[in-house]
Ligand binder design. Sequence first.
Ligand code: FAD
Length: 352
Amino acid sequence: MKEIKDVIVIGGGQSGLACGYYLRRHKLNFQILDKEEKCGGAWQHAWDSLMLFSAAEHSSLPGWLMPKSKNLFPLKQEVINYLCEYEKRYELPITRSVTVENITSENKIFKVYTNKGIYFSKAIIAATGTWNNPYIPEIKGIETFKGIQIHSAHYKNPQQFRDLKVLVVGEGNSGAQILAELSNVTSVKWSTRKPPRYLPDEVDGFYLFNVATAKYNAEKEGKPFNAANYDLGNIVVVPSVKEARTRGILLSSGSFDNIYENGVIWTDGTKEDFDAIIWCTGFGYATSFLKNIVSADDRGIIKTDESKATEVPGLWLAGYGSWSGYASATLIGTNRNSKQTCTEIIDYLQKN
Ligand code: FAD
């Protein structure tokens, strides 16, 4: 029989690396498996101009600060470089091009089935992120649209859409940023269900982390959390968004209920043709490989107490967002979260 690891971490993005840092520090016998060929997790697939929404000093994994950027916020490639250097620096045991397809469990040992064979472990950390599960809403007629449709997960740069009439859908950061840069090269409209809400210019994404922390602390202490006191908006005014605002581009055209072969039908019944639709409508969670050991809702959310799965002893979920640890989907948040996860795993391994 193959070696039984203490822990197998599935996913070698920022969350898997942060967990690896603490597992290594505690000298656990662990292995990180990642389906990508290269380092950098989902950041490798982000659009070309994407940058962090907070400064490097607020975007670091445990142990080593992200190097300062010449830009206000670090660029996508700087984040990838940081993650790649990070795993080298801490000699994290990562095997790449390994896709975990299924997991079963027997007598407190997990059997991890992959495209490259079977692994065994006493504990599992799932850190597979969201990028592999983009969400597009079910809208009547969507299958009839003859133009181009992509999710923001697969958007690269505005050149792909030059001279096309494009509809960007979604009122979050992705929608605002993609709209902003597309508007420099082509005709573009923005569809949002709610009016877009911007953070004040002087506030960056670190504020969103602080809000998540305040909410977490209030819940932990059993105190009420008044979201209205913190609700300044959700779109970070990064330089491209700020520039588009000065051109008067950031205007929502409202929402639509139907799609036809050449475009969309706005809620007032007006039809409008588009060559392409870019869905900036968020993500579910890439947890389907766990289906044989735990149930999930239709977005992939699993019942947890912080990052620990409540229904399956020995399983933790790292980095997916608030349901798996407050602010855990951010670089800074995954730091705190992974430390706690590792402490719990050590306790579990000692008792089992
Ligand atoms: P990922 O980076 O997705 O890593 C998961 C890894 O698991 C991937 O390498 C994947 O290939 C692998 N994997 C998946 N399924 C399997 C499987 N079955 N078997 C094996 N391997 C598998 N956060 C910030 O802190 N600041 C920001 O400014 C910021 N901006 C963002 C902008 C956008 C547009 C988005 C979408 C997110 C942003 N985030 C930001 C959030 C966060 O940093 C990223 O989502 C980050 O990639 C999450 O890291 P992760 O390690 O949890 O997941």
